[in-house]
Write a protein that binds this ligand. Structure first.
Ligand SMILES: [Mg+2]
Length: 179
């Protein structure tokens, strides 16, 4: 049970757009570490929706520091983070602590004032919880996924059930497709 608690997200939302940014700010969160694939954009997609760009700028206007941290290759992370105008860490090796610590350094925020947003329990949520960050689980934007990720979706469901949690249903039109 103790191990399972390391996997408990503090918050479950359908998509990044459903995060109450003002509420996070009021609770003292100042930095957001953002997963890329199936959190900000569909897996492997390089389509950045206007809605996502608006969401990122809304967070920045509120004063949040942001950083993309992804277990994806450098070229893609650099390109996508660049289009969003925020720093990006590639090959993050989540759930290892290192990349989260680098993100904290880049943003200049402490663990207690930083949230992690991601779609995977065993990388985003486990890694964030290990460092004492505020962890937010989103519903994957698509069911398309890296083969390894597809394998862990079933145990993810079992863990959520054991924790007494249910994933919200996937958000409609969460910005996965143009138009
Ligand atoms: Mg992901």
């Amino acid at each position: 049970m103790r191990f399972l608690e390391c996997l408990r997200p503090r918050l479950l939302v359908p998509a990044v757009f459903d995060i109450d940014l003002d509420g996070l700010w009021r609770q003292g969160i100042r930095g957001l570490i953002l997963d890329l694939d199936n959190t900000l954009v569909a897996w492997g997609s390089d389509f950045v929706s206007d809605r996502l760009i608006a969401w990122v700028s809304g967070a920045r206007v509120r004063g949040f520091r942001l950083c993309v941290s992804a277990n994806a290759r450098a070229g893609r992370v650099k390109q996508m983070a660049g289009r969003l105008g925020i720093p990006g860490i590639a090959n993050a090796g989540k759930p290892r602590r290192q990349a989260f610590q680098r993100a904290l350094q880049i943003m200049g925020t402490g663990p207690g004032e930083t949230a992690v947003v991601g779609d995977q329990l065993f990388t985003d949520i486990l890694g964030g919880n290990r460092l004492g960050l505020f962890t937010i689980l989103v519903v994957p934007l698509t069911s398309r996924d890296f083969v390894w990720t597809r394998i862990v979706r079933h145990p993810e469901r079992l863990v959520l059930r054991a924790l007494g949690l249910t994933r919200p249903t996937r958000a409609e039109g969460a910005g996965t497709h143009p138009g």
